[in-house]
Design a protein around this ligand. Structure first.
Ligand code: NAP
Ligand code: ZN
Ligand code: ZN
Length: 368
């Protein structure tokens, strides 16, 4: 090969790849077709052909700038599964052709106490989010509503081929976000666990609570989800708008996991905790919640919060799911139905996670 040909080949390898995606161009506009560029893999990078991406309520919060600080254009999506299409020269953990997953973060400082403890999600310098973030070079990150992604191998997860791949995607956020607090607070045999909200996170919290051997009480506002909740493993189901049903559980819970996405009254649930009980927020409404102090000090209760999970724990959760046959209950959609899926989520009409089939993004796919 001549020097010029070799040079041209090297340049092509280093060139970014044009990638089909869907993006929010502003907080007030629907998600629409958009093109992004993915960087050429660096020595430690894994390039992944995205096959499926789950739709998290955080995608709605961020695409509509409900939490503030959103960066537009935004390509949401942080429940990504796919196949490795190429690897950088120094990659040791992944091979071309293997399944791979990416969750809510793609990098962190790797130096701070939290990163060193494997709790990269709490990186004191802030982990780089998979989308709506900026990486160490200041480049805006784009998520999984796209056909490919390039991520440092240390932030990529191994995915079992034993599980349904599309139904595995939501484990990357809904799964780890519920698994991590249940493990941290040792929920298991002998625990009376409450799960608030039966959506994407809620149904995973319910499945994990059941798998860990807890007595699980599912709280829901949706009467039409009661039978499902039982099938998913709930020992009891409480319609949270029914004061009498709520009162029957007063002072009885060890741990309650709050997955509700909208502002709501937590006082009613704090009163259901027993002495030293914990109510842990994972839901992230866009307005502050009001806390009546007597609900806490009257029972030495704790109000806590938890954010996703570290990379090692995410892998542990995925391995646990592969071993126990746990996946998400999903409704598959083409990307063209993304705005409709947002509207349905806001009406609590999702059973229990939308997952985008990214085939619908590839050229030639029919618009729906
Ligand atoms: P989702 O699928 O839309 O489920 C939310 C559920 O909350 C609904 O299905 C509904 O359940 C209940 N709900 C909604 N509005 C309500 C209201 N006004 N009052 C009472 N209940 C209500 O959402 P998701 O994807 O599971 O996400 C849930 C929340 O967790 C979001 O705020 C999201 O941003 C956040 N999140 C946090 C983390 C973290 O790291 N902490 C990670 C991922 C997501 P019922 O029909 O059963 O009542
Ligand atoms: Zn999420
Ligand atoms: Zn750090």
């Amino acid at each position: 090969m001549t020097h010029t040909a070799e040079y041209a080949e090297k340049q092509a390898e280093l060139a970014p790849t044009k990638t089909a995606a869907y993006a929010a161009l502003s907080a007030k506009t629907p998600i629409e077709p958009f093109q992004i560029e993915r960087r050429a893999p660096r020595p430690n990078d894994v390039a992944i052909e995205i096959l499926f991406c789950g739709v998290c309520h955080s995608d709605i919060h961020q695409a509509r700038d409900e939490w503030g600080g959103s960066i537009f254009p935004m390509v949401p999506g942080h429940e990504i599964v796919g196949r490795v299409s190429s690897v950088g020269s120094a990659v040791t953990k992944f091979k071309v052709g293997e399944l791979a997953g990416v969750g809510c973060m793609v990098d962190s400082c790797r130096q701070c106490v939290n990163c060193k403890d494997g709790q990269e999600q709490y990186c004191v310098k802030h982990a780089t989010l998979t989308y709506n973030g900026r990486d160490k070079n200041g480049e805006v990150t784009y998520g999984g509503y796209s056909t490919s992604i390039v991520v440092d191998e240390n932030y990529v997860l191994h995915i079992s081929d034993k599980l349904d791949l599309a139904a595995t995607a939501p484990l990357l956020c809904a799964g780890i976000t519920t698994y991590s607090p249940l493990r941290h607070w040792n929920v298991g045999k002998g625990t009376k666990l409450g799960v608030m909200g039966l959506g994407g996170l809620g149904h995973m919290g319910l499945k994990f609570g059941h798998a860990f051997g807890a007595h699980v009480v599912q709280f829901t506002t949706s009467k039409n989800k009661v039978a499902d909740a039982r099938k998913l493993g709930a020992d009891e189901v409480v319609i949270s708008t029914d004061a009498q049903q709520m009162a029957a559980h007063a002072g009885s819970f060890d741990f309650i996991l709050d997955t509700i996405s909208a502002p709501h009254d937590i006082a009613a649930y704090l009163n259901l905790l027993k002495r030293d009980g914990v109510l842990c927020l994972v839901g992230a409404p866009d307005e502050p919640l009001s806390v009546p102090v007597f609900s806490l000090l009257g029972r030495r209760a704790s109000l806590a919060g938890s954010g996703i999970g570290g990379i090692a724990e995410t892998q542990e959760m995925l391995d646990f799911c592969a071993e126990h046959g746990i996946v998400s209950d999903i409704e598959m959609i083409p990307i063209q139905k993304i705005n409709e899926s947002y509207d349905r989520m806001l009406k609590n009409d999702v059973k229990y996670r939308f997952v985008i089939d990214t085939n619908s993004l590839k050229s030639g796919a029919a618009a729906v």
